[in-house]
Design a protein around this ligand. Structure first.
Ligand code: PRX
Length: 633
């Protein structure tokens, strides 16, 4: 049955004949059935599209669940497939990356051939600093081409990169450097965002001073605004590029498929951020396959993933996925509204972008400036759109579809996580769309929605979203804390992966994500943990206790609201509330600045002392407080 003949309920958008005719995967239903019938064969066929130094003995090793392994026995390096492989064939001369600075004054392009040279030079430089297979390297940079070189250089020499989002500040950076025991930090002197200079090097200095594992800091010059350099520890990248160390050629290290590629810190239930670990082999196959089918990549595409490389979206779909597919990517340094709300639309016209992938918060933020801005530009090059990071409200979906996509570009609403490495619930261009739904699990995946006891719920009932099948780009563990990996994802509903999200499935089998069920707050698509925010507040001398919750926000999706108990002898005041908001922003980063800080005498807690954020949230929203039987009196 073709997509159009399927009778679906609600507001449905069917793909045009043109879209269906050009799809990389024209018969989604058939492919999905075949993949589920034989999961290892499906992934094996995809893996065969890539080059391996040594083939695998087994596609999926599930003998030690939930520590799944993929492509065991194989040898590979993701960089070989991102870059080296393309040097022998036509993509060699193709653009891998197009970049523009926030002020529009700088434009850079790199062919796959040039990419190889830049990555090799950076790889030789970090090798000369003693970085070897298995070492951790923290990367704390803005959105500049060198962040890509840095990530790929680490992977090329077998080091494990740990990118920390450039919007984070000292405490967040320090904790992540310390936890990973990074030997090297790669940063920039500064960055630009919304017309403001971000003091990356200064923040980095403060964090590195408290991190004894760091031997060297490599500094990319971007702003040239004059930063202090520690003579023995800090090195200018542009100066090292002039030395014999920075040779154009560097051997790509042979890695086992299961060797770590990177760690990326993310927030989960209570406690410090978790270092999610991904590997060379499985992550490579997952990102390659998902991007190819979901965004239907073609040779002539100009792909723009407008996320930041510091988050998983940037890792998988700015850096690795597009290069694996030999695609041309565009990267823009700045924010969407600087110097005006037409900036993104100007870039689409200027570079002939064919696919735009962004977050609902950006759409909502641009939508409020009206249609006149996008209408000034020629957006006719676009053929597909994408959404990620949080549920997209139907109003924003329709604006994106009507105004930006001009009613001809299907929107791929991709649900996934840092942990999943690649899309998990997502349409492909041939799948009929319903605004706000990620449609169905990707090839090889099955999802389930269950109640507290793990029983599947009825259609349209809300419950915990679980994934049933292993997939190649799944996280392998939490770096340094395998027990937490088991506990966090696999223990509550044994044998199934717990996503931490709630969702419902409708009568057509379409999934609708509702939101997080744990202590994660999604602010403008950024995943933040209450624990980090609360500990930043408690680090203020006047604060005794604190609780953070997320409340709905028109543009950001959710905003942070904090409740604070002051130490004896301190009086609440609007000035102090402002000071505390500022304190959090200074310690963790501007994106973490609370919307509001309220003073309170007592926090609702369970008898075992856990803060009941759910109760605070219900009170703030004027909703019923639910079951209070565990509340301490
Ligand atoms: O709550 C879901 C939400 O983002 C969470 C994962 O966050 P993070 O690890 O930072 O990765 C974000 C980018 C992949 C999920 O648990 N989320 C992600 N995509 C969607 C979404 N919620 C609704 N719809 C989506 N398309």
């Amino acid at each position: 049955m073709s997509a159009k003949e399927t009778k679906l309920h609600g507001d449905v958008y069917y793909p045009s004949d043109e879209i269906v005719a050009q799809a990389n995967l024209p018969d989604w239903g058939k492919a999905a059935t075949a993949a589920l019938k034989d999961l290892p064969s499906f992934w094996e066929q995809e893996a065969q599209n890539l080059e391996w130094f040594k083939p695998w003995e087994k596609v999926l090793d599930d003998s030690n669940k939930p520590f799944f392994k993929w492509f065991t026995g194989a040898q590979v390096n993701i960089v070989h497939n991102c870059i080296d492989r393309h040097l022998k064939t036509s993509p060699k001369n193709k653009l891998a990356l197009i970049w523009e600075s926030e002020d529009g004054q700088l434009h850079k392009t790199y062919s796959f051939f040039a990419m190889n040279r830049e990555v090799s030079r950076m790889a030789n430089i970090i090798k000369s600093m003693g970085v070897r297979k298995g070492d951790r390297v923290t990367i704390y940079m803005g959105r500049v081409p060198e962040i890509m070189f840095a990530m790929l250089a680490c992977a090329k020499v077998g080091a494990i990169h740990s990118v920390v989002f450039g919007g984070f500040s000292v405490d967040a950076l320090r904790d992540r450097i310390q936890d990973s025991e990074s030997k090297l930090v790669i940063t920039c002197d500064g960055g630009y965002q919304n017309g403001k200079l971000i003091e990356l090097k200064r923040i980095c200095d403060d964090a590195v001073e408290q991190s004894p594992s760091v031997e060297n800091v490599l500094v990319v010059q971007r702003t040239d605004h004059g930063v202090a350099m520690n003579e023995t520890r800090d090195h200018w990248y542009h100066e090292l590029l002039e030395t014999p160390v920075a040779k154009d050629r560097c051997e790509t290290e042979v890695m086992d498929a299961e060797d770590p590629l990177f760690i990326l810190y993310t927030s989960g239930s209570t406690g410090k951020p978790k270092a999610i670990l991904h590997t060379h082999g499985g992550y490579m196959v997952g990102t390659y396959t998902t991007l190819k089918y979901v965004f239907d990549l073609k040779d002539e595409d100009r792909w723009w993933c407008a996320a930041d490389p510091g988050w998983i979206t940037g890792h998988s779909y700015i850096v690795y996925g597009p290069l694996l597919n030999g695609a041309t990517s565009f990267m823009y340094e700045g924010g969407p509204t600087h110097p005006n709300p037409g900036r993104w639309w100007q870039l689409i016209e200027r570079y002939g972008i064919t696919v735009l992938y962004t977050a609902p918060t950006a759409i909502r933020g641009l939508m409020r400036f009206g249609e006149d801005w996008p209408n000034q530009y020629d957006l006719s090059s676009l053929r597909l759109l994408g959404s990620v990071g949080e549920p997209i409200n139907p109003e924003a979906w329709k604006w994106y579809y009507d105004v930006i996509g001009q009613k001809k570009c299907p929107i791929m609403d991709t649900w996934w996580q840092t942990e999943t490495g690649a899309f998990m619930i997502t349409p492909t261009p041939v799948v009929p769309l319903k605004p706000g739904s990620g449609t169905r699990p990707f090839l090889g995946q099955e999802a389930e929605i269950v109640d507290e006891d793990g029983h599947p719920v009825e259609d349209n009932q809300e419950g915990y979203l679980l994934l049933k099948n292993p997939w190649p780009s799944m996280l392998r563990t939490i770096y340094g804390d395998p027990d937490r990996y088991v506990d966090q994802y696999w223990s509550r509903f044994p044998g199934k992966y717990m996503t931490g999200d709630s969702a419902r499935r409708d009568e057509d089998g379409y999934y609708w994500i509702i939101g997080r069920v744990d202590d994660v707050i999604k602010v403008s698509g950024h995943r933040l943990g209450t624990a980090e925010i609360e500990s930043a507040l408690v680090s203020h001398p006047m604060v005794a206790e604190a609780a953070a919750i997320g409340l709905p926000h028109e543009i950001k999706g959710h905003g942070i609201h904090c409740f604070v108990i002051l130490n004896e002898g301190n009086a609440p005041s609007p000035d102090l509330a402002e000071e505390l908001r500022q304190h959090v922003a200074q310690h963790l980063g501007p994106i973490v600045r609370p919307e509001e800080v309220s003073f309170i005498d007592k926090l609702p807690k369970t008898r075992s002392g856990k803060i009941m954020r759910r109760v605070l949230k219900a009170r703030a929203l004027g909703e019923p407080e639910g079951d209070l039987s565990t509340l301490e009196s």
